[in-house]
Design a binder for this molecule. Structure first.
Ligand code: CA
Length: 495
C-alpha cells in the first residue's frame, strides 16, 4: 500500500512536471496572405506597407522562404493543416466539399495529450468543428464587418471589424482558459481574403501613393500551355465591382455604411465618369485592389501585435510557440491576376514564420529547406511531446526549428489542385525541387506539361518543357512525380 502510494506520487509529480513543460501553441493563420505583403520577406511592397508585428516574429524566430502548399485553395489547405494528409486522403479536395470531422486530427490528438484546444475565426470546412474544447467560427467566408460567429453550435452576432473581433475573441478565450494546462489555439483570420473591405482607420492608408506594379501585370501567357490563358481571375476583366469596392459586400449598420460610402463613392464616381479603357483601366483596377488588400493586411498585422503583447503581458512569451502562416499565397497582380490556385510561385508558396524562445534561434532565415502545410499537424504534436501517428504524411518541423535539418528531409514537393472551374483554373498537379518545377495539366483540351527553371526564370514566364537541353531534367522530374504519387498514395485514375 505504502509502495503504491509512493509510485502514484512519483507518477503525479512526473505528470505535473510534464504539464508545466508542454509549451503552448498559438497558430495565427490568415487567408490568402501573400509573402509579397509581409515586409519581413522584403520585396517592392515592404517599405510602402510594412508589417512590423509579423516582422517581430521573424526577428525573434525563423522565416521560411520555401514553404509550399499541397493544394492552393482555402478549405483544402485547412483540411491538410488539421490532418497532416494530402487532399485525396483527408477527403477535402475542393471548397464545395464538407470536412469529415470523424477522422483523426491534430487538435483531437493534442486534447488527448493534455492540451486545451480552441479555434477562433475562419474555419471554412462546412461541417461543424470537431476535436476542439471551444470553437467560434465564421460561417463560410464570413464578412469583414459585423460577423456572425458560430460559437460551440450557437449563432452569435458581433458588431465591428472582423479582424479585430477575431482577436478580441481569441483574447477572451485566453483569459478564461485553465492556466494550469497548456493550450493549442488557432486564431484564424478571414483577412486578407477578398472582398477587401478595410477597417475605417485604414481607409486613408496608401491613398496618396502609387503602388508599384509587378513586372508581370500584363503577362499575355504566350510562354506557357493554353491553361493559363483560360483563366477568369484577371485584374483587367474579371475582378468585378464588388472586389473593386464599386459595390460593398458587408451588411453594414447605417453609420458604418456612411463612413465607407463617404470614402469610396466620390472616387468611384470619378472612375466611372473617366470611362477608362485598356491598360489604363487595368492600372486603376490594380491600384484599387492592391491598396484595399494592403489595408486589410495592416489590420491583421496590428492584431498580431495585440496577441504578442498579450503573451508578453501575461508572461506567456517564453513558453509559447507562435506560428504565423496563411492557407496559401496569392497573386498581387503578378501574371495579371488576383486569387490563387495555380502551382506558380506566388500562390504555391505561403508565408511561414515561427517563434519559440529557447528553441528557435532569433533571426533565422531558412531559404533552403522545402517545408509544407502538410507538416503542421506533426509539428504541433512534436512540440507537445505527443506521439505522431505513422499515417501522417508530413514530418515534424521541430528539428529544423532547432537548427538541425534531418539528412533525409524532403528534396521535392508534390502539388495537386482539383477544383476545376474556379476562376477558370484547370486541374493540375506537379512537382518542384525548389529550382525546377514540372506541372501536368491532364484534362482533355489541354493535356500538356510545363517546366520552369526558377533560377533562370524566377517569374515563370516561359515554360522550357520542350527545350532539347532540358531533356534530362524533364526525365528526372517526371520520374520524381511518379515516385511522389506512389509514395503519397495518389490513385492511378487521378494521375
Ligand atoms: Ca485562402
Amino acid at each position: 500500500m505504502h509502495k503504491l502510494f509512493f509510485l502514484a506520487g512519483i507518477f503525479m509529480a512526473a505528470a505535473s512536471l510534464r504539464g508545466a513543460e508542454q509549451p503552448n501553441i498559438l497558430f495565427i493563420f490568415c487567408d490568402d496572405h501573400a509573402t509579397q505583403a509581409i515586409s519581413a520577406y522584403g520585396g517592392p511592397l515592404a517599405e510602402l506597407a510594412p508589417t512590423p508585428h509579423i516582422d517581430r516574429l521573424a526577428e525573434e524566430g525563423i522565416l521560411f522562404r520555401k514553404a509550399y502548399v499541397t493544394n492552393s485553395i482555402c478549405g483544402p489547405s485547412r483540411a491538410v493543416v488539421l490532418t497532416g494528409k494530402y487532399s485525396h486522403l483527408n477527403g477535402f479536395r475542393e471548397n464545395g466539399n464538407s470536412f469529415d470531422g470523424s477522422q483523426q486530427t491534430a487538435p483531437k490528438l493534442l486534447g488527448k495529450a493534455g492540451y486545451q484546444t480552441a479555434i477562433v475565426g475562419k474555419w471554412h470546412l462546412k461541417s461543424a468543428p470537431t476535436g476542439f474544447d471551444h470553437y467560434e467560427v465564421l460561417k463560410g467566408q464570413g464578412q469583414y464587418y459585423n460577423p456572425m460567429l458560430i460559437t460551440n453550435g450557437e449563432n452569435v452576432n458581433h458588431e465591428g471589424y472582423t479582424t479585430d473581433i477575431i482577436t478580441d475573441r481569441t483574447i477572451k478565450w485566453l483569459n478564461q482558459r485553465d492556466p494550469d494546462k497548456p493550450f493549442f489555439l488557432m486564431s484564424q483570420h478571414k483577412a486578407p481574403h477578398g472582398r477587401w473591405e478595410p477597417a475605417f482607420r485604414h481607409l486613408e492608408f496608401l491613398e496618396d501613393v502609387e503602388v508599384p506594379e509587378p513586372p508581370t501585370l500584363f503577362d499575355d501567357y504566350s510562354g506557357r500551355t493554353k491553361a493559363a490563358s483560360q483563366h477568369t481571375m484577371g485584374i483587367a476583366d474579371h475582378i468585378g465591382s464588388k472586389r473593386l469596392m464599386l459595390e460593398y459586400s458587408s451588411k453594414f449598420t447605417q453609420d458604418q455604411f456612411q463612413i465607407f460610402d463617404n470614402f469610396f463613392r466620390p472616387k468611384n464616381e470619378a472612375f466611372l465618369a473617366a470611362n477608362l479603357t485598356g491598360k489604363e483601366r487595368t492600372q486603376w483596377h490594380y491600384q484599387r485592389y492592391i491598396k484595399n488588400y494592403l489595408r486589410c493586411v495592416k489590420a491583421v498585422d496590428e492584431n498580431v501585435g495585440r496577441l504578442l503583447a498579450y503573451l508578453d503581458e501575461n508572461k506567456l512569451t517564453e513558453n509559447t510557440i507562435v506560428i504565423y502562416s496563411s492557407d496559401q499565397g496569392f497573386y498581387l497582380g503578378e501574371h495579371g491576376w488576383f486569387d490563387k490556385r495555380w502551382m506558380y510561385e506566388e500562390s504555391f508558396r505561403t508565408p511561414l514564420i515561427a517563434r519559440w524562445p529557447g528553441t528557435i534561434a532569433p533571426g533565422l532565415v531558412n531559404d533552403e529547406d522545402i517545408v509544407s502545410n502538410l507538416d503542421f499537424a506533426a509539428t504541433f504534436l512534436d512540440v507537445a511531446g505527443a506521439p505522431i501517428p505513422s499515417d501522417l504524411q508530413g514530418p515534424s518541423l521541430v528539428p529544423i526549428l532547432e537548427g538541425n535539418t534531418p539528412e533525409d528531409w524532403r528534396q521535392t514537393h508534390y502539388y495537386h489542385y482539383y477544383e476545376t472551374g474556379g476562376h477558370g483554373v484547370a486541374l493540375h498537379f506537379g512537382v518542384t525541387d525548389g529550382r525546377y518545377k514540372l506541372i501536368r495539366f491532364p484534362e482533355e483540351g489541354i493535356n500538356d506539361w510545363e517546366l520552369y527553371d526558377l533560377k533562370r526564370d524566377p517569374n515563370e514566364m516561359k515554360s522550357v518543357y520542350d527545350s532539347p537541353e532540358m531533356a534530362q531534367v524533364r526525365k528526372r522530374m517526371k520520374k520524381e512525380l511518379t515516385r511522389l504519387q506512389d509514395h503519397y498514395g495518389v490513385a492511378e485514375e487521378e494521375r
